[in-house]
Design a binder for this molecule. Structure first.
Ligand SMILES: N=C(N)NC/C=C/[C@H]1O[C@@H](n2cnc3c(N)ncnc32)[C@H](O)[C@@H]1O
Length: 444
């Protein structure tokens, strides 16, 4: 099948670019045919997955795309194997494929081993549980909607120590709570449930929510999945998958709504401490280092920035609003939002700040509880995010900052994002225009 790969490179380019040896000789091939026939294990040909596209440059090579699965027939040398795909046979370069299974390959793209290891010990759970604004928002939502939760079945996706499951079971007369947790922290969770006398109300599943089978569909999905820039970790994908698999049509998602906000801001302290600092170091001009400092300190977002309301140069803009009952996973691939900010004070524009808020929609649209992580609310462990631009620009009332933010999901590393700002500044006094653009990996 014609592959949607890029245009063919020349043979030499392919071989140079991928550092490939020459194609196998006829002798090597004959040798392989003899040896490999005996190498087939229990009648199953080895299947490999391509982790990058390859465009054949002659008719005895096979073209394929990232994610394609191929059967290996012979291995004449370490650089080229003879494979079959879509009924065609030919050579494939071994430095484009992984011998891992698709499941292993997918897990790698999600960095599941590192990800779930990071939640296996108490550190992150202590940080989340110590965040009173966060945890009490869930508790308040449960208490204020206890009536509606009565006799309902709840699933807590990514339950960690089980705190949300415990709050549901204690403060509402729920029928049953299923707590689902894939990291090793889950080996403590059952003890905590038993120790608090809620064993008969809460059932724990020790696996990814993608892999489990619940006894039945549920009335409520509760989860605390929000990360930096709301979306990082992309745990939201697992929550939406759980919705698609296990939520009744009449079911409720908690949080029910999630919003991401953006504002132009000054960040004078950060800028002076890390960038302006180099202008004069013990009487010496170190300004040569400023561009390196900008890359080192602000090439990526600052995820633990504390934004003051007085730093904001205009009102915040909601750049993403997700109705969790209907939002689709593929909408996460790329989010684009135009903005047009108008500066409200004389200050220095250093960049943009972002934060999120989530609503726990009441069942009858009353008793909605909101967890807001913005500069006017109680500080949470998320704090706010700072996207420091490369140029600090003096601004005054009426200056405009117009452009777009693009949040693009990393095609390879599925928990990561890339954020690009592209905008122009239109100065009120002389209508002079300056163009800016900067891209921030989050985090790969
Ligand atoms: N970043 C914030 N705020 N919270 C992250 C919260 C993450 C918790 O949910 C678990 N978790 C994440 N994804 C899954 C999944 N697909 N299946 C089961 N458990 C999962 C993690 O192991 C953490 O304990």
């Amino acid at each position: 099948l014609p592959c949607r790969c890029k245009e063919p490179a020349s043979t030499s380019l392919v071989q140079e670019k991928h550092g490939l040896k020459a194609l196998p000789s006829q002798d090597e091939m004959n040798e392989a045919k003899t040896n490999y026939d005996t190498g087939i294990l229990n009648n199953k040909l080895q299947v490999v997955v391509a982790f990058s596209d390859f465009k054949a440059v002659d008719d005895n090579q096979l073209s394929f795309c990232r994610g394609d699965e191929m059967q290996i027939l012979y291995k004449p040398n370490s650089d080229w194997w003879w494979a079959e795909i879509h009924g065609n046979e030919g050579y494939i370069p071994t430095n484009h494929i992984t011998e891992k299974t698709r499941e292993e390959w997918e897990a790698d793209r999600w960095q599941d081993v590192e990800y779930f290891d990071s939640y296996a010990d108490l550190k992150l759970h202590l940080e989340m549980l110590s965040d009173n604004a966060r945890t009490n928002a869930y508790k308040d939502a449960i208490i204020q909607n206890a009536e509606s939760l009565s006799n309902k079945v709840v699933v807590d996706v990514g339950c960690g120590t089980g705190i949300l499951s415990l709050l549901c079971a204690k403060h509402a007369n729920v029928k049953q709570v299923y707590g689902v947790e894939a990291s090793d922290i889950v080996h403590h969770t059952q003890h905590l449930i038993d120790q608090n006398g809620l064993t008969n109300k809460i059932t724990i599943f020790k696996d990814k929510v993608e892999n489990i089978t619940l006894p039945d569909k549920v009335d409520i999905i509760i989860s605390e999945w929000m990360g930096t820039l709301l979306l990082f970790e992309l745990m939201i994908e697992s929550v939406l998958l759980a919705r698609n698999l296990w939520l009744k049509d009449t079911g409720v998602m908690w949080p029910s709504d999630a919003s991401l906000y953006l504002v132009p801001c000054s960040a004078t302290d950060e800028y002076n401490k890390k960038i302006a600092f180099w202008d004069c170091v013990y009487g010496f001009d170190f300004s040569y280092l400023k561009s390196f400092a900008m890359q080192e300190y602000f090439g990526k977002p600052v995820f633990n920035h504390e934004l003051k309301s007085t730093d904001c140069l205009d009102s915040p803009l909601c750049v993403l609003k997700m109705k969790m009952k209907t939002f689709q996973i593929d909408e996460l691939e790329e989010i684009v939002k135009e903005f047009s900010f108008k500066v409200t004070k004389k200050s220095t524009f250093h960049g943009f700040a972002s934060w999120f808020s989530v609503d726990f929609g009441g069942f009858n649209n009353q008793n909605t509880v909101t967890l807001d992580t913005g500069p006017t609310s109680r500080l949470t462990h998320w704090k706010q995010d700072l996207f420091m631009m490369n140029d600090a620009v003096q601004v005054t009332v009426g200056d405009k900052i117009e452009g777009s933010i693009v949040i693009k999901r990393n095609a390879e590393w599925r928990r990561h994002l890339v954020v690009t700002f592209k905008y122009q500044m239109i100065f009120h006094c002389d209508q002079n225009i300056k163009n800016f653009e900067k891209t921030f990996p989050l985090w790969k």
